[in-house]
Design a protein around this ligand. Structure first.
Ligand code: E4P
Length: 221
């Protein structure tokens, strides 16, 4: 299971990578724009703080296949091992095929349907990113999408991985992992929610009170 952070917030990556087995970082144009920093400096800084075997993802902006390929090559000049995110459109599929021929790894993004994602796998994408929360927000079932896509890939394209994306709640994240997806990318705020249950603090306070009542200031060391 590969666990990624979906962010351009370098401080958040440092904080979470210290406690979680973070495999790398995914970005998209909106995420990078929120940082108000040049894409190249965000990527370089992420490379500098992550372990050497980490995986970084950045997305092309162009809409036609030839320009997508050109942008992918430019992005790979910034970070040679970058995985290129390509929206799964007609043009995007053409670009994924071309990049695959050049042995450049891709992620098919903006996936709202299992068939759409499956096409990206057929074109050669290494990862497919179904948008769980955005599908839920449209009244669809994002988890069902992940489950269907995972089954399709297991049956027909085992070389491609589902990298589930777009989450608002820890429940969505857990349900995707329970659906068997091999990779997931989570916004740092959502990732932190797993550790923010106020019941944890009150459980620890109760341990302290019980211990002090019985043993006073005695410590274990
Ligand atoms: C990942 O590929 C997507 O860019 C990202 O997870 C979308 O997330 P959002 O719906 O929270 O913007």
């Amino acid at each position: 299971m590969e666990f990624y952070l979906d962010t351009a917030d370098v401080a958040a990556v440092k904080r979470l990578a210290a406690v979680l087995p973070v495999k790398g970082v995914t970005t998209n144009p909106s995420i990078v724009a929120r940082s108000k920093r040049p894409l190249s400096s965000v990527l370089q800084e992420l490379v500098s703080i992550l372990p050497a075997n980490s995986t970084l993802f950045a997305q092309v902006m162009a809409r036609d296949a030839a320009a997508m390929v050109e942008e992918a090559l430019l992005l790979r000049e910034m970070v040679p091992a970058l995985v290129i995110k390509v929206p799964v459109t007609h043009q995007g599929l053409t670009a994924i095929k071309a990049l695959t021929r050049e042995k450049i790894p891709t992620l098919g993004t903006a996936v709202y349907g299992a068939g759409q994602g499956f096409y990206a796998a057929l074109a050669g994408a290494s990862y497919i990113a179904p948008y769980v929360n955005r599908v839920d927000a449209q009244g669809g079932d994002g988890i069902a999408l992940v489950r269907e896509l995972q089954t399709l890939l297991d049956l027909h394209c085992p070389q491609s991985k589902v990298l589930a994306a777009s989450f608002r709640t820890p429940r969505q994240v857990l349900d995707c992992m329970l659906a068997g997806c091999q990779a997931i990318t989570v916004d740092p705020d959502v990732a932190e929610l797993f550790l923010l249950d106020p019941a944890v603090d009150s459980a620890l306070q109760r341990f302290d009170q019980d211990w002090s009542a019985a043993y006073g200031n005695l410590t274990l060391s």
